[in-house]
Design a protein around this ligand. Structure first.
Ligand code: BGC
Length: 748
């Protein structure tokens, strides 16, 4: 038995600490690595699921989960585990007190049983708020956050997520998803910031800033995890974790920039794409995981696998004959930590590989160094948790208001024929129906209290559904469900009630789901919901659709039958209020859609496609006919654009130019507008996009107020990845486009 050694490499420095009451601990990582056994090092690289150390069977845990001390002791003593994750499969949200109890037991046992007393780092999927802690603030999912086009507001949401996650004793968040949402069928589309590179980059920055702040050592910040590196969101089939074909040029052009930005912001960790690209599973791709991520982008943090992905190299990808070979391949490609997560086989096999000389100890040391650095940065050597009274704002009204704000700013009005909206509060009789009308789950989506988000047991009481919020805003609201997402309930009753109303609000939805359970074969709206809309359209009353979808579901056959369409994304726990307030005109909508809404199930063409604007390649066949174009969204007021100018028509070498435009609110009420600048490279060595977002700014204007908005554009902003995989801006003419006005800019 080795002696307890830690006193030799830890010294206490009382003066440096700013946040904790206890003394700051200074750890010399190299000295620590110097005295660690191979088993202890490999243990640091092991992350197990909570179920492995909790009472009950792994996928049938109690709620709240209870630690099994023998199992925990075994994991620490025998396997020296460095990390634990999640709520345990089959279980759900627990209270903040319960989290703290579990974490307290883990840290206490670690202190008792481990020789070196290296803290265990706990990771969690706090995807849209601390969604595994009861009563936490739940925000809109990422796709709705992106629709706000307001990065500083989104940063506030992530800051609160960090606060409430850390309040639960959890220092590491597997968020944000930085995969680009360019495959609308994909089950995790709602977890992305949409299809545009620039918008995603800006949101990536906001998310990392919000989660990590200036120092993750703070009791109010957590380590972020950018995921899933790289190209995870673009499976060819649209089904989760199925193969992708993406050229390296396109990987760099579209999928890399948000990760690059997150690394620039200091993101501490990264999770790897479970799928394969061009025939190589990303978990064994040395070129991506080491050459690109580490050597080229300079990422210094921890690379963790996704769920059991090393074993999947054998069972799914068939690139390794057995698990031992799989472990070797993944570690040599650049993996630091294995989300095992349900057993210790990875640990045993990696120890064998090192002892047999098949993986060098130096390679192991590299990963251990990064993992220890993460723990050190998080301040875990000093203090694993902070006192609960340091978090008075957990689940507070103040936090809920920020969530409401994000939800309200995300609401995207896509159709408003004859000013059907806003509704006239007391004056109009409103009939409301549809599966999303009376469900918190359909507003929140997956990663809400449970993985798939369908269980209603853990919902936060007193949160408003769309129906209850509308009833609070008006006494003249009647309701019948009509249908669930998939089956017809009482459409005829709805028809009768709707006939008596002035206006009809139909709240369409999608069953919460993510990952493989969220796979679908096409984007059609379910038959039951189509029938509901079509039948109610026979009343000839004005209809407003409210869409709460995981991904854009086809509404082409319904669009002409309705007068208003409010796209609400998955707006979270305050979404009911936000939707109701927009419908009643208490909030003026300002969201802009962050993806191209397809008009047909297979019509996936992005706004930044190549060729001609409508993609009429031959025979005047127009291919680009989206239901709604990227970046659109109506307001209850009007904005006009004037005085569009560019400071110089020619851009020399490293010059920049200033683009200016005046925007006036010509309507009668205050409103927010997202000013968007696009560009088109007229001739380039790689087919240029018809237009690409170059800059955006969200502004607020009172009636008749005018403001000048300016953008400083550098040469690099007009760049792309060329055939040699280099980022270049080629000489020639560029069109700068604001609100369909165009001006030329020449680059020398
Ligand atoms: C998901 C990740 C998630 C992990 C841990 C995986 O199945 O792909 O996004 O962070 O599980 O829950």
């Amino acid at each position: 038995m080795r002696a307890k050694f830690f006193v030799f490499f830890i010294c206490f420095v009382s003066s440096i600490t700013t946040f904790s009451q206890s003394k700051m601990v200074k750890v010399n990582i190299d000295s620590l690595i110097g005295i660690m056994s191979i088993e202890e090092k490999v243990g640091q690289m092991t992350q197990i699921d909570l179920g492995v150390v909790a009472q009950g069977d792994i996928c049938k845990l109690k709620n709240p989960q209870v630690i099994d001390n023998d199992k925990l002791k075994n994991a620490i003593l025998k396997y020296h585990i460095g990390s634990i994750l999640n709520v345990g499969c089959g279980s759900g949200t627990i209270s903040m007190e319960n989290w703290r109890l579990i974490l307290g037991q883990i840290h206490a046992e670690n202190k008792r049983s481990s020789r070196l007393n290296i803290p265990i780092v706990y990771g969690i999927d706090a995807i849209h708020g601390a969604n595994y802690t009861m009563g936490a603030t739940l925000f809109p999912q990422e796709i709705g956050q992106a629709a706000t086009w307001n990065p500083s507001l989104v940063e506030k949401a992530y800051k609160i997520t960090a606060y409430e996650t850390r309040a639960s004793g959890l220092p590491w968040n597997f968020s944000p998803v930085l995969d680009l949402g360019r495959q609308p069928l994909w089950s995790r589309f709602f977890e992305t910031f949409g299809e545009d590179v620039l918008l995603s980059k800006n949101m990536a920055k906001a998310a990392i800033r919000g989660l990590e702040g200036d120092s993750v050592n703070s009791p109010y910040q957590v380590a972020a995890c950018m995921k899933h590196f790289l190209g995870y969101s673009m499976p060819l089939s649209g089904k989760d974790r199925t193969p992708a074909w993406i050229s390296e040029r396109e990987l760099r052009e579209y999928f890399l920039p948000s990760f690059e930005e997150a690394i620039k912001q200091g993101a501490k960790t990264v999770m790897i794409n479970s799928g394969e690209i061009n025939g190589t599973p990303v978990h064994i791709n040395y070129d991506l995981l080491t050459k690109l991520l580490r050597e080229e982008l300079g990422f210094k943090g921890v690379a963790v696998t996704d769920w059991e992905d090393i074993y999947k190299l054998v069972s799914i990808h068939h690139v390794a004959e057995n698990k031992k070979e799989a472990v070797k391949m993944a570690i040599l490609a650049g993996i630091d930590m294995s989300m095992t997560p349900n057993d210790f086989e990875f640990t045993t096999l990696l120890v064998e590989l090192v002892k047999e000389g098949l993986i060098s100890e130096e390679r192991i040391n590299e990963s251990v160094r990064r993992i220890l650095q993460l723990k050190l940065d998080l301040g875990l050597f000093t203090q694993t948790m902070f006192a609960p009274n340091q978090y008075p704002l957990f689940g507070s009204k103040q936090h809920a208001e920020v969530s409401y704000q994000v939800a309200a700013e995300s609401m995207t009005l896509l159709k408003n024929k004859n000013h059907v909206l806003p509704l006239g509060q007391e004056k109009e009789k409103i009939f409301i129906c549809g599966p999303a009308a009376k469900s918190l789950n359909l507003l929140n989506g997956a990663w809400t209290h449970t993985w798939q988000g369908v269980d209603t047991t853990f919902n936060t009481p007193q949160k408003f559904t769309i129906l209850s919020a509308m009833q609070k805003n008006s006494v003249s609201v009647t309701y019948a469900p009509g249908c669930t997402v998939d089956s017809i309930l009482d459409i005829e009753k709805c028809f009768e009630k709707a006939k008596l109303a002035d206006k009809i609000v139909i709240c369409l939805g999608e069953t919460p789901s993510t990952e493989m359970p969220g796979n679908i074969d096409n984007l059609y709206l379910t038959e039951a919901q189509q029938k509901l809309v079509l039948r109610l359209s026979e009343t000839k009353k004005p209809i407003i659709l409210v869409c709460c979808f995981n991904r854009p579901r086809i509404i082409q056959n319904l669009e002409s039958k309705v007068d208003g369409i409010l796209y609400a994304y998955l707006p979270g726990d305050e979404g009911g209020r936000a939707i109701s307030d927009v419908l009643f005109g208490i909030v003026n909508p300002s969201g802009k859609i962050p993806f191209t809404y397809p008009s047909n199930a297979n019509a996936f063409i992005h706004y930044d496609h190549k060729g001609s604007e409508d993609l009429a390649v031959d025979f005047s066949m127009k291919a680009y006919q989206p239901q709604f174009d990227f970046g659109v969204g109506l307001s209850y007021t009007n904005f006009t654009y004037s005085e569009f100018s560019i400071s110089n028509t020619t851009m020399q070498n490293d010059d920049s130019v200033i683009i200016k435009v005046n925007v006036t609110n010509t309507g009668k009420i205050k409103g927010q507008e997202v000013v968007q600048v696009y560009y088109h490279d007229m001739v380039a060595s790689i087919t240029p996009a018809v237009k690409k977002l170059l800059g955006f700014r969200k502004i607020s204007l009172n009636p008749m107020q005018t403001t000048e908005v300016s953008f400083c554009i550098h040469k690099n902003d007009l760049s792309f990845i060329n055939k040699e995989l280099k980022r270049v801006t080629e000489k020639g003419e560029f069109e700068i486009i604001i609100n369909s006005q165009k001006k030329s800019l020449y680059v020398n």
